[in-house]
Design a protein around this ligand. Structure first.
Ligand SMILES: *Cc1c(COP(=O)(O)O)cnc(C)c1O
Length: 416
């Protein structure tokens, strides 16, 4: 278990916060779909002496000396990512998912070009063209969403929008979409209008490498992913692309946007890729999906409305409108019950993005702890009990006691 002895010695104030967070992670169930628990090996790399090094440039072409081992670390990470995803070219230097997406646009587009992505309030990401984001300020944005009647992306509508606006970049991928993406259909549409096809698989890359979600590779031109969500690596990202875009992407990352890569994170990514190649990881990914289905089915049985009626992946989007509770109050009540979720807009939400009507749930972190379908059904019933009386603190505390007891049987890597 991480005991933070050195930190305790220099900074007792911060130490207390870290102990508190460790306890929170151990005694609650993490249901935010973008979060996970990394392995002890990944944790070790992130807290290692590799953080001491500067290595601007790429392996063999650096602007600093002493790269004998760092070049090997980065080449190993690149090689493993290529193999894991079946990619032609990989850049492992992006600091996180948002900078990775910005690098793609910065490298392949001119300011003012038209891009097409999924609307944020229907499941897309900030960097897919939201007005206040770099992407929305620098490019002309057209968006697609989901159908009102079934909560699913309508590929005929996507094609119509693309034909009408002829974007230079077509982005597929989402942060809050519980169904499968038809990456092949997106590529066909991009080809039809002469656009570059980009897939942002941040949420689902762990499912993709395990074969439980169709892969956008090798046919999609550019694929970005964070490494810390279902892929269960360090807080970071990578960009994969066809060879013809490699130079522009690499130049956009460095020197276009970033300085020195975070070598300790690169090492942690290499480890995570190796872990994701193991047969156990396939079992893990299959269990994530089985757990999400069990959670969804039990929530439906408890009378909850789910966007699109269920899930094909790792997440469930709950529309609380008919329960008479807003997302924020549900999030707060569930926090008190030891169940960590986030409030989220639902498609065609009548409330504002700051106080939306839904909550988003996911199973990657709980599955890492070894929880399976019976535990997910318990989670759904706890959610029902908490949300039916969101201001009853005694009831919420009683649920947290039960949650804590169950969690004791499912240790967290690095915490116990
Ligand atoms: C999480 C996410 C990102 C951004 O990742 P950060 O590391 O938080 O910047 C980008 N795109 C999608 C689809 C995501 O889910």
């Amino acid at each position: 278990m991480q005991d933070f002895v050195a930190i305790k010695g220099v900074d007792i104030e911060l130490y207390d916060f870290m102990i508190g967070e460790r306890k929170r992670q151990r005694e609650g169930i993490e249901l935010i779909p973008s979060e996970n628990y990394v392995s002890s090996a990944v944790l070790e790399a992130m807290g290692s002496i590799l953080t001491n090094k500067y290595s601007e440039g790429y392996p063999g072409k650096r602007y600093y000396g002493g790269q004998e081992y760092i070049d090997r670390v980065e080449n190993l990470a690149r090689q493993r990512a290529k193999e894991l995803f079946g990619a032609e070219h990989v850049n492992v230097q992006p600091y996180s998912g948002s900078p990775a997406n910005i690098a793609v646009m910065f490298g392949l587009l001119s300011y003012g070009d038209t891009i097409m992505g999924m609307r944020l309030d229907q499941g897309g990401h900030l960097t897919h063209g939201l007005g206040v984001n770099f992407s929305g300020k620098s490019y002309n944005v057209v968006s697609y969403g989901v159908r009102r009647d079934n909560g699913r992306i309508d590929m005929d509508e996507v094609r119509q929008i693309a034909l009408q606006h002829r974007p230079k970049l077509v982005i597929s991928g989402a942060t809050a979409y519980p169904r499968l993406f038809d990456f092949e259909a997106f590529k066909t549409i991009a080809d039809e209008v002469g656009a570059i096809a980009m897939a942002d698989i941040s949420h689902i890359s762990g499912l993709v490498v395990a074969g439980v979600h169709p892969s956008p590779l090798p046919f999609t031109d550019v694929v970005t992913t964070t490494t810390h969500k279902t892929l269960r690596g360090p807080r970071s990202a990578i960009i994969m692309c066809k060879e013809q875009y490699a130079k522009d992407i690499d130049r956009a990352v460095f020197p276009g946007l970033q300085g020195g890569p975070h070598d300790h994170t690169t090492a942690a990514k290499a480890i995570a890729f190796k872990e994701a190649m193991k047969p156990e990881f396939k079992d893990y990914a299959r269990q994530i999906v089985a757990n999400a289905k069990a959670l969804a089915d039990e929530l439906l049985a408890c009378g909850f409305d789910l966007v699109s009626g269920g899930t094909d992946n790792h997440l469930v989007l709950v529309d609380l409108t008919h329960k008479g509770v807003i997302g924020k109050d549900a999030e707060t009540a569930l926090d008190k019950a030891g169940l960590t979720v986030n409030k989220n807009s639902v498609p065609y939400d009548t409330r504002s993005p700051f106080s939306p009507s839904g909550i988003r749930l996911g199973t990657p972190a709980a599955t890492t702890r070894g929880m399976k379908e019976p535990e997910m059904r318990r989670v759904a019933r706890w959610i029902e009990r908490a949300i039916s009386h969101p201001s009853d603190d005694a009831r919420l505390a009683a649920i947290h006691d039960e949650v804590r007891e169950m969690c004791a049987g499912f240790p967290v890597p690095g915490i116990g």
